[in-house]
Every structure is written in structure tokens, then in C-alpha cells.
Design a protein around this ligand. Structure first.
Ligand SMILES: [Zn+2]
Length: 147
């Protein structure tokens, strides 16, 4: 069995959580919903929480930063897509630092904007940034654009 090797130039940097429940939805949304042909995907648990917790968990933040730097130095993509999601276990783990479970939504939004601003300043000043929150609706996933 062989699988396709896709040659070409990536058209977006996509950063989202590694939660296995959301991977199919993320992939479909990025391809079909946003029209990205060749995404550079960075998926890791809690994703934007590493930006928000950089003072307390500097190693996680460093690892995320270096990965973004490596990817963006190879490809100066025009689009950056950042996605958080409901019921994130990575965020649940740090809820104590955010003021409780009820504060997670606000923190996710804040970190989404913060990480976007950081990537824009440090690595991709000319890119277009698109921020989303993936909501669980019954047994499906719906994406809300975050402004
Ligand atoms: Zn998550």
C-alpha cells in the first residue's frame, strides 16, 4: 500500500489542539470550509494555553514557539488559522490558574488573540489571521469565527 506525497507550496499555517475527537472536523473545515489546499498543521494538546501559561510553563511555550519558527522560516504563508475548541482537556488541566472551569472560554479567546498577535509580530507580519472556536453541537462540531 502506498499513499500520496503532495508536492507544492503550503498556503496556510494551521494551529489547533491534538484532541482526537476533533481531528476529522478540523481537517474537513480547513480544507472544505476555508479552502486551504496544503496546510502546515501544528497540533498539540491545549494549543493556545501554552501562550497563556508561558510564565508558569515556559518549556511548553518554548517548544511551541520553536515549532512555529521552524515552520514559518521554511514557508512564508499568507494565512494563519488558529482553532480552539469546547471541552478542551488541556484547558481543564490549568483551569485552577484561570479562576475555574467557567473562565476557560474567556481565557481561550484571550490566548487565541494573544498567540495570533505574537505570530504576526515575530514571524508573519503580512499574513491574514483567522481565529475560530470549535463548538460541540450534539454529536457534531460547528466552527465560530472569533473576532
Ligand atoms: Zn483540546
Amino acid at each position: 500500500m502506498r499513499y500520496p506525497l503532495i508536492e507544492g507550496v503550503p498556503d496556510a499555517l494551521v494551529i489547533h489542539c491534538a484532541d482526537p475527537r476533533f481531528q476529522t472536523a478540523f481537517r474537513q473545515f480547513v480544507r472544505e470550509g476555508l479552502g486551504v489546499r496544503m496546510p502546515m498543521v501544528l497540533a498539540l494538546p491545549g494549543v493556545t494555553s501554552h501562550f497563556g501559561m508561558q510564565a508558569m510553563l515556559p518549556k511548553n511555550w518554548y517548544a511551541l514557539k520553536v515549532s512555529i519558527q521552524t515552520m514559518t522560516s521554511r514557508h512564508d504563508v499568507a494565512r494563519v488559522i488558529l482553532i480552539n475548541h469546547d471541552d478542551c482537556k488541556g484547558y481543564a488541566k490549568i483551569a485552577g490558574h484561570l479562576g475555574g472551569l467557567s473562565k476557560i472560554g474567556v481565557a481561550q479567546k484571550k490566548h487565541l488573540h494573544g498567540l495570533a498577535e505574537f505570530v504576526r509580530k515575530e514571524f508573519l507580519p503580512n499574513a491574514q489571521f483567522e481565529l475560530y472556536q470549535a463548538h460541540i453541537v450534539g454529536s457534531e462540531v460547528e466552527f465560530e469565527k472569533i473576532l
